[in-house]
Ligand binder design. Structure first.
Ligand code: SF4
Ligand code: SF4
Length: 411
């Protein structure tokens, strides 16, 4: 508590962060700005303000995008502050039935349990094959609970692979890396994980995929459950222990941002796949087919504001001959997915999503690339709903395709 008070005291109320805050831009309310939220948090921490519904509404509306932190001249650690505050209020907070269900059934019971995820993804595949996805939007009951949002976001599910413990390169071995699978990504973004193994092997890297790895803990951290997040941390540290790795590769920047705050021995090895590949060896022997198409690059907040490597996907994509790579307009603003935010704050999330959909449509691009699966699913759902035909894909999956990777043959 005293640490949070000291950290919040770094804010000099200059207001330079305000124009960079998506919720402030949308509401023009000081209480929904970083400066306003810091003052509210200070009031609560110092016992001058009560934790009431109005306070919670302003804290809950924060996306945790950390755009404010990236521009703050006084290095206010806003991300740590809001996570700490959520932890403090999470211990005593009374939550609605829907939020309790979201937490215990969806997050604790399914998303963070690989076996349950596999089972549910199998059911979803049958559901999609029967064409029931379109029906979901018609049930007002589902709409009220935000479940249509999930239904719309799900791209066609692929069969779940049994990951091998190690994937070997052909020819000279240039290094050894571990692959972090994530929880949502291992079900809904198998293509990116397989494509990453393909490219890493092509360049000469041996890829280890420890079977005991787990969710990174980001969802529990966002929900103010630091203890559960720590359990995931311990599990992942144990899973990768004993391997002599050059890097632990994450293919979703949201997970990467969480893995980066694990203890230094682990965090120091974590790299986003684009960042790793940009500095990798072995490119001289890689054949990359040209692609005469425009590619718009979405920069996830976790990559821009936390990992600070948003330039890497551009470097990687420019290895593809003939491709035209451009940033998506409005990259400084969150897409609204933000973990489970799109479910808990659907109004703000949809407003932010509409901005991304409009920017993608105006770009005239054939592909929209994103390095974070949560953002990619959110934006793909928005584009599908708006009838905009742009393929949303991870940058490494797009590069891998040009290197001969075929998703259907990968497993
Ligand atoms: S958080 Fe930083 S940029 Fe924002 S008002 Fe405080 S000191 Fe200024
Ligand atoms: S984390 Fe994002 S939404 Fe929250 S105050 Fe900072 S800029 Fe605004």
């Amino acid at each position: 508590m005293s640490e949070l008070i000291a950290e919040s005291g770094r804010c000099v109320a200059c207001g330079l962060c305000l124009p960079h805050c998506p919720t402030y831009r949308k509401t023009l309310s000081e209480a929904d700005s970083p400066r306003g939220r810091i003052m509210l948090m200070q009031g609560v921490l110092e016992g001058r303000l009560a934790v009431n519904e109005r306070f919670l509404a302003h804290i809950d509306l924060c996306l945790g995008c950390r755009a404010c932190e990236a521009v703050c001249p006084n290095n206010v650690p806003y991300g740590r502050l809001v996570a700490g505050m959520r932890g403090v209020i999470g211990r005593t907070r009374r939550r609605s039935l829907w939020r309790r269900l979201l937490r215990s059934v969806l997050v604790d019971g399914v998303v963070t349990k690989p076996a349950m995820l596999r089972l549910v993804s199998g059911i979803v595949r049958i559901w999609q094959a029967l064409g029931l996805q379109a029906l979901a939007g018609k049930f007002s009951g589902l709409r009220r609970f935000g479940l249509t949002r999930i239904a719309v976001q799900l791209s066609p599910m692929k069969a779940q692979p049994r990951w091998k413990a190690v994937y070997l390169p052909v020819g000279e071995v240039r290094g050894e890396v571990g692959l972090f699978l994530g929880c949502v990504a291992r079900v809904s973004d198998v293509e990116t994980l397989s494509a990453s193994i393909f490219v890493l092997n092509k360049l000469g890297y041996r890829v280890y995929v420890p079977s005991d790895q787990s969710c990174c803990g980001a969802m529990h951290e966002n929900l103010g459950e630091a203890e559960k997040a720590c359990n995931f941390e311990r599990k992942n540290i144990d899973a990768f222990a004993g391997l002599n790795l050059d890097a632990i590769i994450s293919t979703a920047s949201g997970c990467g941002a969480t893995l980066k705050v694990y203890p230094p021995a682990f965090a120091g090895k974590v790299m986003d796949i684009s960042e790793f590949l940009a500095g990798a060896q072995g490119w001289e022997g890689a054949a990359i087919a040209p692609l005469a198409a425009k590619v718009a690059v979405h920069e996830p907040c976790s990559m821009r504001n936390v990992l600070r490597c948003a330039n890497r996907p551009y470097d990687l994509l420019r290895r593809i001959p003939s491709v035209l790579v451009e940033p998506l307009a409005g990259n400084d603003q969150c897409c609204g997915a933000a973990g489970t935010y799109f479910l808990s704050q659907p109004k703000m999330a949809e407003s932010l999503l509409a901005d991304k959909t409009a920017a993608a449509k105006a770009s005239g691009a054939r592909f929209l690339v994103s390095s974070n699966i949560g953002c990619a699913m959110h934006m793909a759902g928005g584009l599908r709903e708006a009838g905009v035909e742009i393929k949303v894909v991870h940058p490494v999956a797009l590069l891998a395709r040009q290197m001969g990777f075929e998703d259907s043959k990968a497993r």
